[in-house]
Design a protein around this ligand. Structure first.
Ligand SMILES: [Zn+2]
Length: 110
């Protein structure tokens, strides 16, 4: 985390219970409440981002598929739609677009 990048101020309301927990944890860790909260938000966003990527995929691509064909995965693949693991030896649907990019789909998706 960039320690010099503290340009924005956020006012948040916490319950006394939460505030006491934050204050006590900061004291226990010998750090400021602000630093602890910044760290918690930063880590929380990383986790939320990871979960979002697990659910929705890293970046929804628009593959513009022009043809599909069936195949057998020669190695472990990740479904382009749902992100499920397609194990080597399993059936896979391969979608190709004009650019020749290939996208692999599990049996549930295609
Ligand atoms: Zn799938």
């Amino acid at each position: 985390m960039d320690k010099d990048n503290k340009d924005y101020i956020l006012n948040i309301r916490l319950s006394r219970d939460t505030y006491e927990k934050v204050k006590n944890l900061a004291k226990k860790n010998a750090e400021s409440v602000s630093h602890l909260v910044r760290k918690a938000i930063h880590d929380g966003l990383d986790i939320a981002s990871d979960i979002s990527e697990d659910i929705f995929g890293k970046e929804k691509k628009m593959p513009n598929i022009t043809s599909y064909h069936q195949g057998i995965a020669a190695q472990d693949l990740i479904c382009a739609d749902c992100g499920a693991r397609i194990k080597a030896g399993e059936k896979v649907t391969i979608g190709e677009n004009h650019a020749g990019n290939k996208y692999y789909y599990c049996t549930v998706c295609k």
